[in-house]
Design a protein around this ligand. Structure first.
Ligand SMILES: CC(C)(COP(=O)(O)OP(=O)(O)OC[C@H]1O[C@@H](n2cnc3c(N)ncnc32)[C@H](O)[C@@H]1OP(=O)(O)O)[C@@H](O)C(=O)NCCC(=O)NCCS
Length: 167
């Protein structure tokens, strides 16, 4: 199996666009602001996401984050957002990393691979303790997190708080 994780580029191809369109606008707290965009609108979205990763064009209250795409055997199967640092809002909900696998590619172990690859990027950015928050009922995501060393700190208001020491 060929695994590749790469940052989103300023212009993306149809394969990446189609993956974003397959993913819901919001699922278990993971937002997809590209849902429902036309292909050309999606290019504007990509430009803004790349700017966000440089700390530019950020919405009020948002911190810089990098969007990564996971390819398995040259097919885009998932995406993740790595927030470069935490703020009050992210400490409460969101944490450092949000991730999703496109519905047609789930339950193949790709979620675990995606988080493992993004943790390497976190380490490169100097983040050695990662917070991930997950809705209590979201068993697949909790398994993905626990399978990557996530330690449950607490469950509060239906949200699980996991920490991962990045080695
Ligand atoms: C969470 C998500 C990324 C998992 O991706 P995935 O590729 O299906 O996950 P994996 O195949 O790596 O499976 C991880 C574990 O979940 C289990 N699992 C997968 N689908 C499941 C389901 N529908 N119900 C229960 N367990 C499930 C797998 O068996 C595996 O368990 P194991 O560790 O015991 O083997 C994916 O379901 C998703 O994108 N969900 C929507 C967005 C989301 O919830 N993101 C997380 C926000 S915090």
């Amino acid at each position: 199996m060929k695994i590749l994780l790469r940052p989103l580029k300023e212009r993306e191809d149809k394969a990446v666009y189609e993956m974003f369109q397959e993913m819901p606008a919001n699922e278990n707290g993971l937002n997809n602001p590209a849902s429902g965009l036309s292909f050309e609108e999606f290019q504007d979205f990509c430009k803004i996401k790349v700017a966000n990763s440089r700390g530019e064009c950020l919405r009020e209250g948002y911190v810089p984050d990098t969007c990564y795409l996971l390819y398995i055997d040259d097919v885009p199967v998932g995406r993740a957002n790595l927030r470069h640092f935490l703020c009050e809002a992210l400490l409460k909900r969101g944490g450092h990393i949000g991730y999703g696998i496109r519905p047609s590619c789930r339950a193949h172990g790709y979620g675990k691979i995606l988080l493992a690859e993004v943790l390497k990027k976190a380490k490169e950015k100097g983040i050695d303790r990662v917070l991930i928050t997950i809705e209590e009922h979201n068993q697949p995501s909790r398994k993905v997190c626990e399978g990557n060393g996530g330690v449950l700190e607490k469950i509060s208001d239906g949200e699980c708080y996991y920490w991962i020491d990045v080695l």
